[in-house]
Ligand binder design. Structure first.
Ligand code: TRP
Length: 435
């Protein structure tokens, strides 16, 4: 289904946690919707190499990989349409990371927000600026650049905090293309402007680092309990309530239709009790999530099925990555040497024999060469040189000037016994004609 005008969307999900409502509203739901649009090709992957940067608990990375894959599939991602894979199943990605590492300025990486924040924190604490900062954190943007550029992504849906990384990927692509020819496509970040950041239980952005999340597929009763814990102000039932700054209202809005949202706004003005508003929110979310939750649990109980889907996805992804990596290796000069022997081979195939200089070293430690003519007969012999450079220089004189160089080289080279002057001239002329 790939057409020249197709837009390719690509995004990665770091496998360190369990998906929550904020992930659903901000990433899973819009990305799944985009993957169904005509003219869109989507590449969505589990960024487990990135997970290693923040997490050293193997079981958690494995569990998160399962949960995130099951969540996206339960939310309606069609792995036949989209290319859905696990980053670490694509060996071309770390390979490409190295090529990009070599075109990325260290100073650029010094300025990456996540790395800078870690350094600033250490400096503020008066410790070594690099304390507990791994090279992985420093290299994070390059690995991400490889993720994106490997698949020639046009659009990369991400959160605001990732915009700088997309800009860095563009810079890497530009620099690579400048040095090696136009191989890479410059990506653009896509920010879901319409979706306000989903607030969490405490009213701050819903995020695992604030421990204020509502897991996407938490059981129904647990969902009810968590929603009951969303912060509200202390206004009593019957008192009019503000929608501005109300986390409850904002979460509702992310799930409800425009008329439903208008109705809740009205209920706020009329003094709905917080308990009743929470019940409305619970029912609204559960209505959307319940059918997905059921599919999620089926999937999570069948890891082998998910593994098979990811393997099929990896195969699809590698059908793009493997040949492209071959092109990139060729571009930078990581090449098979066979291409260099193409010319002599043709000569041999045509059975045209040529004279040849052969360099070698003798037991006396000195460097010698000899010239064999087209019939492989010795026609010129050198004396010993102290260095291979001297020998090579003498050969190059003979190759450039032919027999004309001989008088100046007296004592250094001698015509072989049984070789006529004209036989030697003929052999040397082969090289002067080429020069
Ligand atoms: N760094 C991204 C995040 O934390 C995850 C990610 C890794 C990613 N590779 C990517 C996102 C490539 C988009 C494209 O959200």
């Amino acid at each position: 289904m790939s057409t020249a005008s197709a837009q390719r969307f690509l995004t990665g999900i770091t496998t360190t946690g369990t998906p929550h409502l904020g992930n659903f509203v901000g990433s899973i739901r819009p990305s799944v919707a985009a993957s169904r649009l005509p003219g869109v090709e989507s590449f969505y992957f589990l960024a487990d190499y990135h997970a290693l940067i923040k997490c050293d608990e193997p079981a958690r990375i494995q569990r998160s990989t399962l949960e995130i894959a099951a969540s996206w599939l339960a939310a309606g991602l069609d792995p036949e349409r989209a290319t859905f894979y696990r980053q670490s199943d694509i060996p071309e990605i770390p390979e490409f990371t190295w090529l990009l590492t070599c075109v990325t300025g260290k100073g650029v990486l010094n300025r990456a927000h996540a790395y800078k924040a870690a350094i600033d924190k250490n400096e503020a604490a008066g410790t070594d600026p690099d304390a507990d900062v791994t090279a992985g954190l420093f290299m994070y943007p390059v690995l991400m650049g490889a993720d994106i550029l490997m698949f020639k992504a046009n659009k990369v849906p991400v959160g605001r905090d990732q915009i700088q990384h997309i800009e860095m990927a563009r810079d890497m692509a530009q620099r690579f293309n400048h040095l090696y020819g136009k191989h890479l496509v410059l990506p653009e970040a896509v920010i879901e402007e319409s979706v306000a950041l989903l607030p969490g239980l405490d009213g701050r952005k819903m995020s695992k680092s604030y421990d204020n999340t509502i897991p996407l597929f938490t059981p129904r009763e647990q969902l009810r309990k968590l929603i009951a814990g969303i912060v509200t102000d202390s206004r009593a039932p019957g008192e009019a309530k503000e929608v501005e700054g109300s986390a409850l209202f904002q979460i509702y809005q992310a799930f409800a239709s425009a008329p439903e949202t208008a109705a809740l706004r009205q209920a706020y003005a009329e003094g709905i009790a917080w308990g009743d508003a929470k019940q409305l929110l619970f029912e609204r979310i559960d209505r959307e999530v319940a059918p997905l939750r059921e599919r999620y649990h089926e999937l999570i109980n069948d890891p082998a099925k998910i593994e098979a889907l990811l393997q099929a996805g990896a195969q699809k992804a590698r059908s793009v990555a493997t040949p492209f990596m071959g092109e990139l290796r060729q571009a930078v000069g990581l090449r098979n040497l066979d291409s260099l022997s193409a010319a002599p081979r043709t000569i041999k195939a045509a059975k045209i024999e040529a004279p040849i200089f052969k360099q070698y070293r003798e037991k006396d430690g000195k460097f010698y060469f000899k010239l064999l003519n087209a019939e492989a007969r010795l026609v010129l012999q050198s004396q010993g040189f102290d260095s291979p450079k001297d020998a090579a220089f003498t050969i190059s004189m003979l190759q450039k000037e032919g027999a004309a160089a001989l008088p100046a080289l007296e004592g250094k080279v001698a015509r072989a016994q049984g070789t006529s002057a004209s036989e030697l001239d003929t052999a040397l002329a082969f090289f002067t004609l080429l020069a």
